[in-house]
Design a protein around this ligand. Structure first.
Ligand SMILES: [Zn+2]
Length: 63
């Protein structure tokens, strides 16, 4: 699976643990993408197939 594949938007309800692409069920790696000067977006990455998911979570960077 290509790392360049599009990041899939997801909605997390009680838990997001199982990859919807390959079925891996032990959770995710994370990466962070800078979206603005003081903000980053958190991206979840499946450790098995490399699929990337965007739960819509953002992080405020410290001053
Ligand atoms: Zn996967």
């Amino acid at each position: 699976m290509s790392v360049a594949e599009k990041i899939k938007p997801i909605t997390v309800e009680s838990e997001f643990r199982i990859c919807t692409v390959c079925g891996y069920d032990m959770g995710f790696h994370v990466s962070f993408q800078k979206t603005a000067k003081k903000k980053m977006k958190l991206i979840l990455i499946c450790p098995q197939c490399g699929a990337r998911f965007d739960p819509g979570w953002t992080i405020d960077l410290p001053e």
